[in-house]
Design a protein around this ligand. Structure first.
Ligand SMILES: [Mg+2]
Length: 245
């Protein structure tokens, strides 16, 4: 993975006439929340301003594992509606999902862990995320989850994140959102920034499109991105750099 400096970023973009910017949310556009993961991670005004400037020059999309209504609550109407929002790893494309086909199974999975005080649940329409950031015995928990997942392998896959496990329908991943955006914006040079294992699907899709994939922070070790930046504020700097051109 090559370091993406502002100068290199400028050089790479200078060869392109049409550019589309895609971002993960947590740990990419905003700093990771340390606790109350589902509801923290509010969207700073300064970042809203930056993206609202950006969308005047290029298409912009945010692709998150959060449910769309949760993302919208965090964004708090600060963003230009021209910015595309994808929730639940791309399963929700602009509109909230009302798909309840997995409800029964998800409730069963949740029931198994409700007694554990060190888990924070993020229940969505079609998936459930089990956050274990502050869990005293994460390995035991992971083993239990992996064992459980075997029973559901036809319906759900386990998406491992840095500090969560998600039961997600087998075909859903962030690459879907990139594909959708790439159909909307043909002939664009796609950029994707993300910080977690869930973003590998989007990195791979962008790589196939000969776009620019960039991991934010070296925290995950087997990232599929071509480039690396150290932190959230470095991304803000790159966006500002593009806007200055
Ligand atoms: Mg993230």
């Amino acid at each position: 993975m090559q370091k993406l400096t502002p100068q290199l970023f400028k050089d790479l973009l200078s060869k392109q006439s049409k550019i589309a910017f895609c971002f993960d949310y947590d740990g990419t556009l905003v700093e990771l929340a340390k606790e109350n993961i589902v509801h923290a991670a509010l969207f700073p005004q300064s970042t809203a301003k930056l993206l609202n400037e950006l969308v005047k020059k290029a298409p912009v999309a945010i692709i998150t594992g959060r449910e769309l209504k949760n993302l919208k609550a965090l964004l708090d109407n600060q963003l230009d509606p021209a910015i595309h929002l994808y929730g639940t790893h791309g399963a929700e494309m602009g509109e909230d999902s009302d798909d309840n086909q997995y409800e029964e199974e998800l409730n069963k999975i949740r029931a198994i862990f409700t007694e554990d005080p060190d888990i924070e649940f993020e229940q969505k329409r079609i998936s459930i995320t089990i956050h274990y950031l502050n869990h005293p015995q994460p390995q035991e928990l992971l083993n239990k989850l992996r064992e459980l997942a075997k029973n559901y392998s036809k319906i759900f896959r386990i998406q491992e994140g840095r500090d969560f496990f998600e039961f997600l329908p087998v075909n859903v991943n962030k690459g879907m959102a990139i594909l959708d955006a790439s159909r909307k914006y043909l002939d664009h040079y796609f950029l994707y920034f993300g910080d977690d294992l869930t973003d590998n699907f989007a990195f791979n899709e962008v790589n196939k499109l000969d776009g620019l994939s960039c991991q934010v922070s070296a925290r995950i070790k087997d990232g599929q991105a071509g480039y690396l930046i150290d932190k959230v504020t470095d991304l803000h700097q790159l966006i500002a750099c593009y806007l200055d051109q």
